[in-house]
Each structure stands twice: as structure tokens, then as C-alpha cells.
Design a protein. Structure first.
Length: 152
């Protein structure tokens, strides 16, 4: 039999085929690894969101039952209401209810009220309302005394 009559692949052809196949498999597997990492990150983010929502619901339920505390208070996990803890598997959730401190009403009334009254008085007298670039007050843009506006 002659060499031309034999069918088959040479060693160099087989090596090139394996090299091309290995490069293709590397691309496929690397994209799978990236997808797996993305899936893991999404799962952890969803889990953290669910734990946070659960913890906020617990704190809200505690506030409905006990009203606002007079001083700052840290809420336990699980809460003292006897429910299951929201945060598990080595994750800790801290909830803190802080005392609400409102400003002195007299200070707010004088600071904000004086500013609003001053702007309203300026608008009523026909001067600009809201600063130099504000809306003109007074006649509303219509000329009085019988003359017509140029656009009318």
C-alpha cells in the first residue's frame, strides 16, 4: 500500500486541533466562572436585603407596641417579643432607636417665619419675589392706565 492510500491525520494536525479546542474551552469556562461569581454576589445581596427588611419590620413592630423610648435604645436580635432572629449564619444585625430631638419651635418660627413674611411683603409691594432672578410681583406683567402691553 502506498502512503497516499492510507487515510488518517498526522501528529501535527492532531496537535493543532487539540490546541484550538483547548482555547475554545478556556473561553467557555472562564465565562462560566464569571457568571458563577456574579450569581453568588447577587445571592448575597438579596440575602442581606431580606435580613435588613426583616430587621426593620421587627423594629417597627417593637415601636408600635412600646412607643418611642425617652432615651436611646438598642434593640436585641431576636427581639424581646419571642420571634425568630432575622440575622443568621454568623451575620449580626444591630438596630438602634434614637431619641428624636426637635429644634426649639420659637427659633424655627422666628427664622423661617421672618424670611417668608419678608418675601411675601416684597411680592405684595410689587418688587421681585425670590431674589434678583425671581418672579416679578404687582401687576402681573399687564400695564395699567389704559396703555396696552406690546404683545397684546
Amino acid at each position: 500500500m502506498s502512503r497516499r492510500a492510507q487515510r488518517g491525520f498526522t501528529l501535527i494536525e492532531v496537535m493543532f486541533a487539540i490546541a484550538i479546542l483547548s482555547m475554545a474551552m478556556t473561553v467557555v469556562f472562564s465565562s462560566n466562572i464569571i457568571a458563577a461569581r456574579s450569581t453568588m454576589h447577587s445571592r448575597a445581596l438579596t440575602r442581606a436585603t431580606m435580613m435588613g427588611r426583616c430587621r426593620l419590620t421587627e423594629a417597627e413592630a417593637w415601636l408600635v407596641r412600646n412607643q418611642l423610648p425617652p432615651l436611646d435604645k438598642a434593640l436585641d436580635d431576636p427581639p424581646t417579643m419571642g420571634e425568630q432572629p432575622c440575622c443568621t449564619d454568623g451575620v449580626t444585625c444591630d438596630a438602634q432607636v434614637d431619641k428624636i430631638e426637635l429644634p426649639n419651635p420659637a427659633t424655627v418660627e422666628t427664622a423661617a417665619g421672618n424670611q417668608i413674611l419678608g418675601q411675601a411683603a416684597s411680592a405684595a409691594s410689587g418688587t421681585s419675589f425670590g431674589g434678583a432672578s425671581g418672579v416679578r410681583g404687582g401687576d402681573g406683567g399687564v400695564a395699567l392706565g389704559g396703555s396696552r402691553a406690546p404683545w397684546a
